[in-house]
Ligand binder design. Structure first.
Ligand code: DX5
Ligand code: ZN
Length: 219
C-alpha cells in the first residue's frame, strides 16, 4: 500500500504570513504542498505563478505539487519546473494534444499528473493512464477553495483505482476539493493516496492541529 499524504493547498493560506505557516507544517512532517495556479481563462479566478512557487521552493524543503488550472499549459511547463515543482499536473480539458503535453512534462524530469474536472468521465484516461505518474480527480469545480465536496467523486475514485489495477500500474490517485474531517475517511476508503486540503487546514485557527487531525483520520 502507498503511504497516504495530506497536501495542504496554499491557495487558502495567509499570504501575509506564508513562510511561517509553511515552516510550521514542514516541522511536523508535512511532505507535500499543493500549489494552485489559475489564469482567469481556464477557471474564473487568478492566483499565482512561477515566481511565487520559486520563492516557496527556496523557503522550505517540502516537495511542491503544482496544479495548473490554465489554458495552453505547454507554454509554461518549463517555467514551473524551473521554479521547483516536483509534480506538474495539467488538466485533460486544457490540452489540445495530451500526449505531447505529457512528453513535455516528462522531458523536464518531473512527475506528470493529469487532472479531470467533475463533469469529465474517467474513460478519457483509459489511453493515457499508463503514461503518467498521478491522476488528480477534482471533487469540486476548479477555481475556488472552500466549496463542498461533490459526492459522485467517490465513484470516480473507485473507477480510477480499478483502471489502475486492471492495467497493473502504480499510479497515484490525488483528490482535490472540499476535503474535510467528515469525508476524508470515505475518500481514503475509495482509494485515494493524496488528499488536498485548503480551507480545512488554513481556515482553522490551528493549522498544524488541523493537518495532524486529518492525517490521523487516514492513518
Ligand atoms: C480548487 C483548487 C483546490 C482548492 C482546494 O480549484 O484546485 O486545490 O484550493 O481547497 P478546499 O480544500 O478548500 O476545497
Ligand atoms: Zn488544486
Amino acid at each position: 500500500m502507498k503511504a497516504k499524504i495530506i497536501a495542504p493547498s496554499l491557495l487558502s493560506a495567509d499570504f501575509t504570513n506564508l513562510k511561517k505557516q509553511l515552516l510550521d507544517l514542514q516541522n511536523v512532517g508535512c511532505k507535500l504542498f499543493h500549489c494552485d495556479v489559475m489564469d482567469g481563462y481556464f477557471v474564473p479566478n487568478i492566483s499565482f505563478g512561477p515566481s511565487i512557487i520559486s520563492q516557496i521552493h527556496k523557503s522550505t524543503t517540502v516537495t511542491l505539487d503544482t496544479h495548473l488550472m490554465i489554458s495552453n499549459p505547454d507554454k509554461y511547463i518549463s517555467n514551473f519546473s524551473k521554479a521547483g515543482s516536483s509534480f506538474i499536473t495539467v488538466h485533460y480539458e486544457a490540452c489540445e494534444n495530451i500526449l505531447a503535453t505529457i512528453e513535455l512534462i516528462k522531458n523536464e524530469n518531473v512527475k506528470v499528473g493529469i487532472s479531470i474536472k467533475p463533469d469529465t468521465p474517467v474513460s478519457v484516461l483509459e489511453n493515457i493512464i499508463d503514461k503518467v505518474d498521478l491522476i488528480l480527480i477534482m471533487s469540486v469545480h476548479p477555481g475556488f477553495g472552500g466549496q463542498s465536496f461533490i459526492p459522485s467523486s467517490l465513484n470516480k475514485i473507485i473507477e480510477v483505482k480499478s483502471l489502475i489495477e486492471k492495467n497493473n500500474l502504480n499510479t497515484i490517485i490525488e483528490v482535490d476539493g472540499g476535503i474535510n474531517f467528515e469525508n476524508i475517511k470515505l475518500v481514503s476508503d475509495a482509494g485515494a493516496d493524496i488528499f488536498v486540503a485548503g480551507n480545512t487546514i488554513f481556515k482553522n485557527e490551528n493549522i498544524v492541529e488541523a493537518y495532524l487531525s486529518l492525517l490521523k483520520l487516514i492513518s
